[in-house]
Design a protein around this ligand. Structure first.
Ligand code: ADP
Length: 617
């Protein structure tokens, strides 16, 4: 059954049973009180009946002793004061009846029938007034006054007195009550010999007598309790489910692990073993197997230079010594692993867990992965280079056409001019010579463009050898000394000792020369031109930075700085940086450039640091 419905049912049951119990006990209490009150009323009425009979006896005795009527009347006025229900006393003879004393009510007419035995008689039509007579005396009783001066309390009783024979109502006492939910009833007979009248006593039970507030409180209380129980049940179910989930997940992890995992109880019997464990130990490892008796592992442990007993019983995680092998048939595999205690929530030892992994396959797998990764990187790089070369080829052809167009046009026009001059009857040989030498210069420029381009395209394989980066910088500085002095450039240099790199010294100088030339070009129009050279060690590389205080890199060339034919200079070829970067990358390094923070530009060449083994080659 779903939990909410169960909780509802529980609540309904608790609320119903509780409410029933409350109503039942209230009903019991009401019945009990009613019984007691009815008994008291019965006793009081019976006593009053006896009083009337006593009065009758007393007056009859006095009358028979011959007491005269006035004396008897005076006596009666005093005697009857405590008995309001006795409303008149008469003395009767054959001639009629005479009232004695002062009657509270005038008695009705009733025939005379003297009898020595006491009798009860009603006037014609019955009613609440009746007479008790004995010999000549008649005592009139008004049944309506029987319960006068009786404290009826908060829950008055209703009663009806009946005549003993005719079953006629003598008096019905019905105090005013509200709407009743039920009526309690009892029938008795008054306890006197003469007036043994049947009496029906009842009490209406008002709606307010029932425990409504307590029942409501109980219902609310049980509702709250049910909600609480429901929440507790839900919480417990959730916790159980989470625990189960966790267990299933943990089990899944253990089963899927590529390491061998064997859980043991406190006496080294297998409680759980994953497939890897069964494969590594070459044993089915059913639960209950004593792992110490598994021969493959026993043989492995016997190689360890330690006491096997203390290994098995260690209270702390213990690693297997390195170099152990596990023999499976003809195959021997290197293994490593550990045995760790498993503790309960209070830290008590519950068992142990053995982890084992084969070392050989792991290393082999790692190597395979590594080689695979390297191969993929290489393929990727080659593909990238191919793509970038294809894309630069287009740019290059456009640039080349543009660059060569200028000298070729010049050569054509100089050639035409020379031919025209030679056609003159008296050719001006000086002008012809000038035209020819100018076209030779332009042809030289075209050849230079083509030479630089071939250099760029050829990518001459670098003849890398241990090279001092500082030496290369100093050579270039010497080369450019004259220009530096001419422009008044202040050169600052900071170097670390012996920055040895693996590089082609000629190509390296070519790169440095390019960077220094560009810096010189950049600071040409600067007021106080300065160039700063520094070599620092960065991880596994040496970095040479060339910083100038020129105008910085022009925004239009910045995004294509290292693309061939990118230039902002008139007469510039725009091949220096792209060639330098290609050379640097060919040596396993890189070249980058950006605007310097304090103004100007900074270009950084990084080359792999020469490692000792390489140096000793
Ligand atoms: P070129 O010097 O023939 O223009 P490069 O490839 O050497 O060819 O340089 C390309 C462009 O890079 C230059 O035209 C210039 O705009 C920019 N550049 C290079 N070095 C600097 C520098 N130090 N400061 C500012 N701009 C530079």
């Amino acid at each position: 059954m779903p939990r909410p419905r169960l909780a509802l049912l529980l609540w309904l049951m608790m609320a119903g049973v509780g409410a029933a119990a409350l109503f039942f006990s209230t009903g019991n209490r009401l019945t009990e009180t009613f019984g007691t009150d009815a008994r008291i009323l019965h006793r009081v009425l019976s006593q009053r009946m006896e009083q009337q009979e006593a009065v009758l006896n007393a007056v009859d005795a006095l009358e028979r002793q011959g007491m005269d009527a006035p004396t008897l009347g005076t006596y009666l006025d005093t005697l009857l004061r405590p008995y309001p229900q006795v409303v008149a006393v008469e003395r009767c003879s054959a001639r009629g009846c005479q009232t004695l004393g002062t009657p509270a009510e005038q008695p009705p007419l009733l025939s005379v029938s003297p009898s020595a035995r006491p009798t009860v008689r009603w006037p014609q039509g019955g009613g609440p007034l009746y007479a008790l007579s004995q010999n000549k005396v008649r005592v009139w009783v008004d049944a309506r006054r029987l319960t006068g001066a009786l404290d009826e309390g908060a829950a008055p009783l209703t009663y009806t007195l009946f005549q003993p024979d005719a079953e006629q109502v003598i008096v019905a006492h019905t105090p005013a009550t509200g709407a009743a939910s039920a009526t309690l009833r009892v029938a008795k007979v008054l306890g006197t010999s003469l007036q043994a009248f049947p009496i029906h006593i009842s009490r209406p039970v008002p709606w307010s007598a029932w425990p409504w507030a307590a029942t409501l409180l109980w219902i609310l209380l049980t509702a709250g309790l049910s909600v609480l129980v429901f929440r507790l049940l839900e919480g417990r179910r959730d916790a159980q489910r989470a625990l189960l989930d966790e267990r299933v997940r943990a089990g899944g992890v253990v089963q899927a692990a590529s390491e061998a995992i064997v859980a043991l109880d406190d006496i080294h019997r297998v409680t759980l073993a994953n497939p890897a464990a069964r494969a590594v130990l070459d044993h089915p490892l059913p639960p209950g197997t004593d792992l110490r008796a598994v021969t493959t592992f026993q043989a492995t442990l016997s190689q360890a230079p330690f006491n096997a007993t203390s290994f098995w019983d260690s209270a702390v995680p213990t690693a297997l010594p390195e170099g152990l092998t596990l023999r499976r048939g003809h195959e021997a595999v290197g293994v490593e692993g550990s045995l760790a205690p498993l503790r309960g929530v209070d830290g008590e030892l519950r068992g142990r867990v053995l982890l084992l992994r084969e070392v050989g396959p792991l290393q082999r797998r790692m190597l395979e992965h590594l080689e695979d990764g390297e191969r993929r990187v290489r393929e990727h790089e080659e593909m990238l280079a191919h793509v970038s070369r294809l894309s630069t080829l287009g740019e290059m052809s456009a640039g080349l056409a543009h660059e060569l167009n200028q000298p070729l046009t010049a050569i054509v026009s100089y050639g035409q001019a020379a031919a025209r001059l030679l056609d003159d009857p008296e050719p001006d040989l000086a002008r012809v010579r000038h035209a020819v030498s100018a076209s030779v210069t332009q042809a030289g420029r075209a050849a230079q463009i083509i030479m630089r381009l071939r250099q760029w395209v050829r990518r001459a394989p670098s003849r890398a050898r241990p090279t001092d980066l500082l030496q290369a910088v100093q050579n270039v500085l010497t080369l450019c000394r004259a220009d530096l002095n001419r422009l008044g450039v202040q050169v600052q240099a900071s170097f670390e000792d012996a920055p040895m790199v693996l590089a082609d010294p000629v190509q390296l100088e070519q790169i440095v020369l390019n960077l220094l030339r560009n810096a010189l070009d950049a600071v040409q129009d600067t007021l106080e031109p300065a160039i700063e050279l520094s070599i620092v060690s960065e991880g596994r590389s040496w970095s040479l930075s060339v910083l100038d205080n020129g105008p910085g890199i022009a925004p239009e060339v910045a995004p294509r700085l290292f693309t061939p034919f990118t230039t902002s200079k008139t007469g510039g070829l725009g091949l220096g940086l792209s060639l330098s970067q290609t050379l640097a990358q060919g040596m396993g390094g890189d070249l980058s450039g950006r605007d310097a923070r304090a103004g100007g530009a900074v270009f950084t060449l990084s080359l792999p640091r020469l490692v000792l083994e390489a140096a000793s080659d």
